[in-house]
Write a protein that binds this ligand. Structure first.
Ligand code: ACO
Length: 337
């Protein structure tokens, strides 16, 4: 049976670091508040000199992943690009990324699943591999949040948590009967909570997508988040979907070597760990350095966990989980070959 095996990973963040202290220059916040409520110390944001869109960050990450896999862009037979911050309204960032890689016929699919973009993307890659539709897939998660944030005190609850960044995986179809690769995915969505986390403009459900007379300071241009509501949902749904994925995989929590949760808020991930009675070192955190990079967050953490030797030996079991706008949430389990 065909299994989805990770052959290489890569990441990229724009060089400019924005510390919590830097944010206090344009909004009423403090390093202490941000560290205590989120665990974040700093994030990377693009600058006007960079001129980076999400597909550009993704291209850097993709090149690193391709190098690690020993593949050239021409080896790819499918590209999956996950983002909530596409360079432009359309075409999708996957096409732009493929163009950056100088490809001119490789199929490219965009995924708009926000913080669960990686989970949906990996499950989609696995389906393409299992059905024989593709055998060498590039999966990229990339975000440029900073150009769309309300950097005044009004937007502080959202703005302090988001960072720009990208991460990529090269995933190969391997014929084996061993229990390796992506062995289970549990995915969910509930649009009844779409209003809890959203950016409204520009909107195709308005006769003019950018209505006459509104200023670029209109709150609808910026992300709105019911932070406490999302927090409560995450703490409730993440343990539940973790158990669902374990059940699908036929594994116990004690079989998992490392959990890589979406890096939205360190306190969410600590509460999740306490609920499941997990030792602290079983949950991977890197939110302090990057903030919430949404579709990039889980693969970026995976890349770091592999590079630092925290995970990646044959037989190691890693569980990914996350919840975000949609609402969407899920978990998946990967066993290293
Ligand atoms: N600095 C200082 N004070 C702040 C800031 C800030 N950056 N932001 C909010 N506050 C204030 C509020 O105004 C409020 O003040 P008040 O008590 O005088 O009214 C107080 O701090 C508490 O605000 P809360 O919103 O209750 O703070 P909370 O502890 O919930 O933390 C946070 C806010 C960090 C946003 C948290 O709710 C959270 O992380 N939520 C979940 C985020 C998440 O998981 N999102 C999904 C993924 S993202 C995606 O899908 C795109």
């Amino acid at each position: 049976m065909k299994k989805s095996i990770i052959r290489g990973s890569g990441f990229f963040v724009p060089p400019h670091i924005v510390t919590n202290e830097d944010l206090t220059q344009f909004m009423d916040t403090s390093d202490e508040w941000i560290r205590q409520r989120t665990g974040i110390h700093q994030r990377h944001w693009v600058t006007e000199e960079d001129m980076y869109g999400a597909s550009d960050l993704g291209t850097h990450a993709a090149r690193m992943a391709l190098d690690k896999a020993g593949w050239g862009p021409e080896d790819l037979d499918f590209i999956i690009f996950a983002t909530l911050s596409p360079d432009i309204m359309f075409p999708g960032g996957g096409c732009l990324l493929a163009r950056n890689l100088e490809l001119n016929a490789t199929p490219a699919l965009d995924i708009r699943q926000q913080c669960t973009g990686f989970l949906y993307g990996f499950a989609t890659a696995d389906s393409y591999i299992k059905s024989g539709l593709a055998s060498k897939i590039l999966l990229v998660g990339a975000e440029v949040h900073s150009t769309g944030l309300d950097k005044s005190t009004r937007g502080r609850d959202v703005t302090v948590i988001f960072g720009d960044g990208a991460a990529a995986l090269c995933i190969e179809a391997v014929d084996t009967d061993e229990n390796v690769g992506l062995i289970a995915s549990a995915l969910h969505a509930d649009g009844h909570f779409a209003e809890a986390l959203k950016t409204e403009l520009p909107a195709s459900n308005l006769i003019k997508r950018l209505p006459d007379g509104i200023s670029t300071d209109d709150p609808r241009y910026f992300p709105f988040m019911d932070g406490p509501g999302i927090f409560k949902k995450a703490v409730r749904m993440l343990p539940k979907v973790t158990k669902e994925a374990l059940e699908k995989a036929g594994l116990a929590l004690s079989d998992v070597d490392l959990i890589i949760p979406h890096q939205a808020n360190k306190r969410i991930n600590q509460a999740y760990g306490q609920f499941l009675k997990l030792p602290e070192d079983k949950i991977f955190h890197n939110i302090e350095k990057y903030g919430n990079t949404t579709a990039a967050s889980i693969p970026l953490a995976l890349h770091e966990a592999i590079e630092t030797g925290r995970i990646g030996k044959s037989g190691d079991v890693v569980l990914f989980t996350g919840l975000g706008a949609g609402l969407t949430w899920g978990a998946s389990i990967y066993i290293f070959p």
